[in-house]
Design a protein around this ligand. Structure first.
Ligand SMILES: [Zn+2]
Ligand SMILES: [Zn+2]
Length: 141
């Protein structure tokens, strides 16, 4: 994602293009999966201090540029639309977007208004699940 495109995004949402905002949003838009606070921190060069990053993430989320995804007890941030299921691996801790798995909309009783609905799964990702580990062979005796 080019810095110019990131700037346009910010301006369209009525946010000033400060350097921390441009860089943080750039990092998240470049990633194909939602990133945790510390993953974002690691990718920022130069780094932002925790408080600044926290504030930036808050501003971007409130402006609708980012969405918060809470899985496995940790909050991760992704670019706007994540209306699909997410999978967090218990072994490597990585959260992946399951874009082909839509979030089912339950039928609610009258007068309930849903603001948010998330489908979060945990278990072993393809890289960590023993069945699909390519180098493991069961040897005969
Ligand atoms: Zn894994
Ligand atoms: Zn997602």
């Amino acid at each position: 994602m080019e810095a110019e495109a990131v700037r346009t995004n910010l301006t369209n949402c009525g946010l000033r293009c400060t350097d921390p905002r441009v860089r943080t949003l750039g990092v998240i838009l470049e990633s194909k999966r939602p990133l945790s606070h510390s993953e974002i921190e690691d990718r920022l060069d130069p780094r932002l201090d925790r408080v600044t990053l926290y504030r930036v993430l808050n501003d971007l989320t409130e402006a609708g540029l980012l969405c918060r995804i809470t899985t496995g007890g940790a909050t991760r941030y992704g670019a706007s639309e994540h209306s699909h299921a997410h999978f967090t691996c218990d072994a490597c801790g990585i959260t992946t977007c399951l874009e082909t798995v839509p979030v089912p909309t339950p039928r609610l009783p009258d007068h309930y208004v849903v603001n948010e609905i998330e489908l979060n799964l945990s278990g072993l990702c393809p890289g960590c699940s023993p069945k699909s580990r390519p180098n493991v062979r069961v040897r005969g005796l």
